[in-house]
Design a protein around this ligand. Sequence first.
Ligand code: FAD
Ligand code: FES
Length: 290
Amino acid sequence: MTATRSPGLGERVIAPFGRRRCQVTRNLHSGGYRIFSALDPDGPEPAAGQFYMLAADSGWGGDRGRPYLARAFSVADAERQDGGVRLDFLVQAVGPGTARLAALEAGEGLWIHGPLGRPFSAPRDVADDAAGAILVGGGIGVAPLAIWRRQLLGAGIPARVLLGFRDRRNSGGLDLFDCSEIRLASEDGHTGHRGYVTDLLGVLLEGDDARSAAVYACGPPAMLEAVRLMCAERGVACELAMEAPMACGFGACFGCAIPLSAGGYMRLCVDGPVVSGDEIETALVPGSGH
Ligand SMILES: Cc1cc2nc3c(=O)[nH]c(=O)nc-3n(C[C@H](O)[C@H](O)[C@H](O)COP(=O)(O)OP(=O)(O)OC[C@H]3O[C@@H](n4cnc5c(N)ncnc54)[C@H](O)[C@@H]3O)c2cc1C
Ligand code: FES
């Protein structure tokens, strides 16, 4: 039976068994990326930071080979409506799977499995004295921060948003944020501060109230590693939404294992993709990021 309750802040939502077929309802330009939506008739509402394994119903694998496996996608927003839960995804076409998903048209079928993985935690669960949040996104990594910002604000928790992009072509997703209170950075200077989004974070972390907020970041590995080190140096708690190559998405293949700071490994698909900054040895995961 389908759960109709919205998840509590930071509450992990368990996926129904197996994959299910949804219908694509729209596909829009968003800067250099695309936002596509699907109506999930039978699934629960996901928590922010969770992801889905996605595969198009047609033009996927088969006689033509790649893409063969489903691809991992953070949920960028979700809303219960008539007929199910609308799921929004932000996609950057970097290879055969993402190119096919970016080309989906309304009415086409989409196979989904999810929501999967560990979501973002509420600020008070990240650090006792954290009453607010600082969200730091880079490139396509802005996706899970959109739903997280909406859920935080819905719970009355203040969230400051810092987003950075390499250049105009590698930017987008701002439509998902539905607000003007975002600080932007771009490496080519086409919008906001010319430089890295971590420059903006550095300024916020210099403030006296830095420890009253938990930092949440998603973006390319080099950005995540910079955020992790900046927060560690200043004693600010952070959570990172990470990527690793994922073949199954539910713990069976061990393809997504990353080293822990205490020794040993975690499977990022079940123990992440959201991890605490002090839990991991490094955010520089081979084979992730683009
Ligand atoms: C938990 C999670 C959430 C993700 N969320 C999003 C999202 O919201 N939007 C989005 O556009 N992409 C997201 N990705 C990345 C996306 O899954 C990959 O870009 C995709 O699998 C590439 O498939 P492909 O067939 O297009 O390209 P491939 O031919 O598989 O690879 C093309 C290029 O992408 C790189 N790549 C391959 N797999 C990954 C990966 N898992 N992560 C990063 N780079 C990869 C390769 O190094 C290569 O340069 C996410 C990945 C994970 C693990
Ligand atoms: S993707 Fe298979 S174990 Fe994580």
